[in-house]
Write a protein that binds this ligand. Structure first.
Ligand code: PLP
Length: 382
């Protein structure tokens, strides 16, 4: 399929004949200004305030998780989630090599060493079969029930799958593999707000799930994140550590742990609340766009990625797969030269200098996708 034909379709769809078309622009169509102004008028702009509480309530309503804790961004949410899951300095955490760098960074921030396994070709998320194969070959469960990497001697302290571009991965199957090996499951659901497996929201299949509200995500509050869990003790500790771990007292400063000060400011939470009120409308708008793309690419040499049977994707970023690397590169160049913003999928984590020394399993699917996948403009259309 000719690139110019694709670019013309994108320009028609976004009703813009010659301007710059971004990959994903924020959409402010509700009470954003009203709520943000309200925080300023009230002087409660920082991390104590009614919008933070309201945001956390909305996140439990949306995800169905019992508890939600607001954080300053998705990276800190994941860092804190790993700490809460019991990840310690010098331990290992398994994740997919095909992910946004923040997933691996959060593991490193927790003092742990990432280990990379493959994704499934169809979901682009961590493959239960690849994880199983890696564990069979490389680990043992010791007398204390700990999963130990036989090569490094380190404990595998968590597994972090990521729902790529909002497409749910095989999370139930993955959870079963993790539980067989006693590995706590922490879901990086940064990209999958509004994505479900059956009627269960992504991010709620493991011990803890995390979300991001960065400027390029489906819902944004400038910068923000959230931790969700059904575990009361973890939720309490999450809130305690996300602040300064202060023991409640009318005026004394006594802290009983090393707090992270990762709490979301009320100013950002106000924006988040206004955005979440429009989540259903935004998801419907994005689904309509996905349908248009799907029809357009039907029967062409470029394959358009759709949600798997039994799942609901949020279609955060629309995704196409080219037949080979040369076609991917040619399309990236021509589209960006013509002010239609497109991006390749990420460079694999094990190719980045800071993670090049990390152990990894077979990565054939991740390598195949890395050479072919491109994201095309996906903003909510006005
Ligand atoms: C966006 C993102 C994050 C981090 O979110 P920030 O809010 O930008 O810190 C983490 N993981 C994945 C997969 C992401 O896409």
């Amino acid at each position: 399929m000719e690139t110019s034909h694709i670019l013309n379709f994108i320009r028609r769809t976004f009703n813009d004949a010659e301007g710059f078309i971004p990959l994903h622009a924020p959409f402010f169509g509700g009470k954003e200004k009203e709520y943000v102004t309200d925080t300023i008028d009230s002087t409660f702009v920082s991390s104590v305030g009614a919008y933070v509480t309201r945001f956390e309530e909305m996140m439990t309503e949306i995800t169905g998780a019992r508890y939600a804790i607001a954080t300053v961004n998705g990276t800190t949410a994941l860092h804190l989630a790993l700490v809460l899951a019991g990840v310690k300095y010098g331990e290992e955490v398994i994740t997919q090599s095909l992910t946004f760098v923040a997933t691996a960074n959060a593991i490193a921030h927790a003092g742990a060493i990432p280990v990379f396994t493959d994704v499934d070709k169809d979901t682009m998320g961590l493959s239960p079969a690849a994880l199983q194969a890696f564990l069979e070959e490389h680990v043992m469960v010791n007398a204390n029930g700990e999963c130990i990497n036989k090569t490094s001697g380190r404990r595998i302290a968590a597994c972090v799958p990521m729902h790529t571009f909002g497409f749910p991965l095989r999370i139930s199957e993955l959870a079963a593999v993790c539980s067989k090996y006693n590995i706590p499951l922490v879901e990086d659901a940064a990209e999958s707000l509004g994505s479900y497996v059956g009627d269960k929201h992504t991010g709620t299949f493991g011990l803890i799930g995390t979300f991001s509200f960065n400027g390029n995500k489906t819902v944004t509050c400038g910068g923000g994140g959230a931790i969700v869990t059904n575990d009361e003790a973890i939720a309490k500790k999450a809130k305690h550590l996300s602040t300064t771990a202060k023991i409640p007292h009318a005026y004394e400063f006594v802290h009983d742990d090393i707090g992270y000060n990762y709490r979301m400011p009320n100013l950002n939470a106000a924006l988040a609340c206004a955005q979440l009120e429009q989540l259903d409308a935004m998801l419907a708008n994005k689904r309509e766009l996905a349908e248009m793309y799907s029809n357009f690419f039907q029967g062409s040499s470029v394959s358009y990625v759709k949600e798997m049977y039994g799942t609901k994707a949020n279609y955060w970023l629309n995704t196409v797969i080219f037949q080979d690397h040369a076609q991917q590169q040619a399309f990236l160049k021509e589209s960006n030269d013509n002010k239609v913003m497109t991006r390749p999928i990420w460079r694999l984590m094990n190719r980045l200098p800071m993670y090049a020394h990390c152990q990894h399993g077979d990565l054939s699917n991740a390598e195949w996708l890395e050479e072919r996948v491109v994201n095309i403009p996906s903003s909510v259309r006005k």
